[in-house]
Design a protein around this ligand. Structure first.
Ligand SMILES: [Zn+2]
Length: 179
């Protein structure tokens, strides 16, 4: 197991008990779903449930909150109330790569001095599921190869205001597409 994966093991995930004890978490998950524009099937199903007037179960709320933690565009859920110790089944895979399509094409930094919006490279971008912490992580890659601070990156449908399209991304994409 790599040190990266070990770091995730130590990371916190929301529990059913958290959801039951903190009534503000369910509305938070609900509002996130209402604005969710992605195509991850679990979140899409939960979104449809909310839109049809359904109630999020404790387990679904917990799952949504844990997905929110992996989404750089989501509001950060409130911090945990207490540490939780868990037993990890050593035969369960530490992480599983999921097939996913990434439709929001632009990746940029929230950092105030950032100038460019980079084009997401869907073929190199990866989505992983960490079974023991019930959490998704995505690893976005852009055509020009630049890496953005994980805490600052934002994935959008349009080029954010104040940013311009990265020419190096366009060039790299053109070269690969057009030969
Ligand atoms: Zn770029």
């Amino acid at each position: 197991m790599s040190s990266v994966e070990f770091a995730y093991l130590k990371d916190y995930r929301y529990t059913d008990q958290d959801v039951r004890e903190h009534p503000y978490l369910e509305p938070l998950a609900r509002s996130y779903l209402q604005s969710y524009g992605g195509d991850f099937s679990f979140l899409v199903a939960a979104k449809l449930l909310v839109e049809s007037g359904g109630v999020l179960s404790t387990a679904v709320t917990r799952g949504v909150l844990n997905c929110m933690r992996a989404d750089p565009t989501a509001p950060v859920p409130p911090a945990r109330s207490r540490p939780v110790l868990r037993t990890v089944n050593p035969r369960r895979p530490a992480r599983v790569r999921l097939k996913a399509s990434f439709k929001r094409p632009w990746l940029s930094s929230r950092f105030p001095t950032a100038r460019y919006a980079h084009e997401l490279h869907p073929g190199l971008t990866e989505l992983w599921w960490f079974p023991h912490i019930e959490r998704y992580e995505w690893y976005p890659r852009v055509w020009c190869g630049v890496s953005l601070s994980r805490a600052q990156q934002v994935n959008t449908w349009e080029i954010p205001e104040g940013r311009t399209a990265c020419l190096r991304c366009a060039r790299a994409k053109g070269e690969i597409d057009g030969g």
